[in-house]
Ligand binder design. Sequence first.
Ligand code: 5GP
Length: 203
Amino acid sequence: MTERGLLIVFSWPSGVGKDTVLRAFMPRCANCALSISTTTRLIRRDETDGVAYNFVSREAFESMIAAGELLEYAEFAGNYYGTPASWVEEKLNEGKNVILEIELRGAARVRELRPEALFVFLMPPSLKILEERLRRRGTEDEAEIKRRLKIAKEEIKLGESYDFVIVNEDIERTCGLLAAVVSAAPCHVKYGRDALREVLKDA
Ligand code: 5GP
């Protein structure tokens, strides 16, 4: 029987450099599958439907919620974002490590439903750098940048609830640390408790 894969949750404030990190990291992550979320946000000019996200209407998203098709979902900056439940389950059963890239409320929901998942928080070196990155990418207007910065401050306060925290200073360093976390993940005490108890049961 194939051993089930691990569920690994990455969270990072908007503007940390998610796309750059994932583009560099995923090809190096053997046996990992990145979940494609569904969202109601407008597609950006550099995005393709079905690649980073499946873009749907609010009505379609609400039908998915009603049908129980989402493992978790959250409203972020006025739009819905959610993780497809059946796809995640299928990949875990195939023995793939499934990576979810989701914001903190969704991650908290996954923690309740799947306490065995591993949680990695990626943060910017400073709020000033985060603001510069958000402005440089030029995909949000001023009000949206302010809204995302406010959310980012709240999110960073909650980073302590994660298993790992990585500061994204340099893409190579970040990819190296993420790879180290994923390869060391099976040794996390979350998965080693049973083995410890098993060895001690006759002591
Ligand atoms: P963006 O609009 O910048 O692509 O993403 C905004 C936020 O939504 C990011 O923090 C991203 O991690 C989060 N996000 C993306 N997909 C999902 C999802 O399926 N569920 C939840 N809860 N958050 C998501």
